[in-house]
Design a protein around this ligand. Structure first.
Ligand code: TRP
Length: 442
């Protein structure tokens, strides 16, 4: 399987696919990003828009993306080419694959920097740095010991990039399933533990009402765009990662059921993370809009004070690190698979090339003010929704219905038509409206 072999691997079972797709979906987006952008965008109303986007845009698109992948059976760029050909549509649709592959590379650059922060927190929690820590000390550790130390951040970013590249070089269909199978349930259990601590020791009432009582006066065009961008980000859709994973999916798995399971777990974990973090935020006088440091400033307080906190905290950050790892793998898989399947070089070399690019991207995020935010905004709020819009238009209006039915064969008449109608009409209109609104055009 070296050189430009066209043999395309398969997951070993339904379960492995579900685990890999959930592993791609659940990551820093749920535990780090969702709470902090919710804090920045005023809470409840933002959460409601996010949930609406998951339902109207996320679910139909995740189904579409997986079905495109399983029908195309290749990397996203080649899959799009063959789907367009099979549907007598323009080859220009391959642009979806190209845009998406690039979006993955844009996103992983800042993502692996944050994953590096998580790795630092594994070590510091284990060393007992956070034992008995105050809110001020926790904030100061994050700002002055970690963010101010660029060399430290770069070392962690380098380590994380190497870990990601190593798995992708070996081939994502191998080995990924097992790590996720253990990690997901454990992560869930630790979130329950953290939640128990927040409920008893934090300001749970205030945290809860911040997340679930919508105040629409807090909603701006920009926050609606961020909510939609995040619904793409958290489900890993709009760039072809799920298309790539779908291409390895067994023929007889139900795409609908897989999609609903992934969306359920992903949303549950995000809401649990929010419910664990905000009571701590309010009880300790942390600003909800503290930005990307929100999780890093609040969680050490909980682990620093709960019984067994050193152990549970270390385990928790290890699990978040693994969740980030299984997500970042999916971000570079399309690029690596494309190089691997189109050029006469090995998958290992392709992975190394991509790793090199990612390393420099992370370097730029660490050393140049503003790059982090620009890449996040470009990737999450522009490239992903644009990719998703094009996918909805392709599957909804251009792809042969026979090919779609081929993939969604288990859906009955009414569910199929409901899905199809939402995808053709509501999904694209929703994305376009949010774009226009978010860019301040009305
Ligand atoms: N969904 C992941 C998270 O929430 C991030 C992620 C993985 C992603 N693969 C992606 C985001 C592809 C966009 C596109 O952490």
């Amino acid at each position: 399987m070296s050189s430009a072999s066209k043999t395309h691997a398969r997951w070993s079972s339904h379960w492995t696919f579900l685990m890999a797709a959930t592993g791609a979906a659940v990551g820093l987006g749920n535990i780090w990003k969702f709470p902090y952008i919710t804090g920045e965008n005023g809470g409840g109303a933002f959460v409601l828009v996010y949930l609406a986007c998951i339902a109207i845009v996320g679910i139909p698109l995740l189904m579409s993306e997986i079905l495109m992948g399983r029908q195309g059976r290749s990397n996203p760029i080649n899959s799009m080419l063959s789907l367009a050909r099979a549907s007598d549509a323009s080859r220009l649709w391959a642009g979806i694959g190209i845009l998406g592959t690039l979006a993955g590379l844009v996103i992983i650059c800042f993502y692996s920097v944050v994953a590096g922060w998580v790795m630092d927190y594994i070590i510091e929690t284990a060393k007992g740095t956070f034992a008995g820590i105050s809110a001020e000390e926790a904030a100061s550790y994050f700002e002055s010991s970690l963010l101010a130390d660029k060399k430290l951040q770069l070392s962690w970013h380098t380590a994380f990039t190497l870990l990601t590249v190593a798995v992708v070089a070996a081939g994502v269909t191998k080995g990924l399933g097992n790590s996720v199978r253990i990690m997901m349930p454990l992560l869930f259990i630790l979130l329950v533990l953290l939640l128990a601590y927040s409920i008893t020791q934090g300001d749970f009432a205030r945290g809860f009402s911040f997340l679930f009582s919508p105040d629409f006066s807090k909603l701006t065009g920009k926050s609606v765009l961020v909510a939609m961008g995040h619904s793409f980000f958290t489900l890993s859709i709009g760039m072809g990662a799920m298309m790539a994973y779908g291409s390895y999916m067994p023929e007889d798995s139900s795409i609908t059921r897989m999609t609903l399971a992934v969306v359920f777990f992903d949303t549950l974990i995000a809401l649990m993370a929010g419910l664990a973090i905000f009571p701590l935020v309010f009880a300790n006088g942390i600003e909800p809009g503290a930005g990307p440091g929100l999780m890093f400033k609040s969680l050490p307080i909980a682990f620093g004070h709960m019984p067994g906190g050193t152990f549970f905290g270390t385990l928790f950050f290890i699990l978040v690190g693994i969740a980030a790892w299984t997500s970042s793998i999916s971000m570079i898989e399309p690029a690596v698979a494309w190089i691997d399947e189109n050029f006469r070089i090995t998958r290992a070399t392709a992975s190394a090339i991509i790793g090199f690019i990612v390393w420099w991207g992370g370097f730029a995020c660490i050393y140049y003010e503003g790059v982090f935010g620009i890449l996040d905004n470009l990737g999450s709020n522009i490239m992903l929704p644009l990719g998703g819009l094009l996918m909805a238009l392709f599957v909804g209006w251009s792809m042969k219905r026979k090919l779609i039915k081929n993939q969604l064969g288990d859906l009955g008449y009414y569910p199929f038509n409901a899905w199809y109608a939402v995808l053709r009409v509501f999904t694209p209109i929703g994305i376009i409206l949010v774009f226009l609104y978010g860019l301040g055009l009305f």
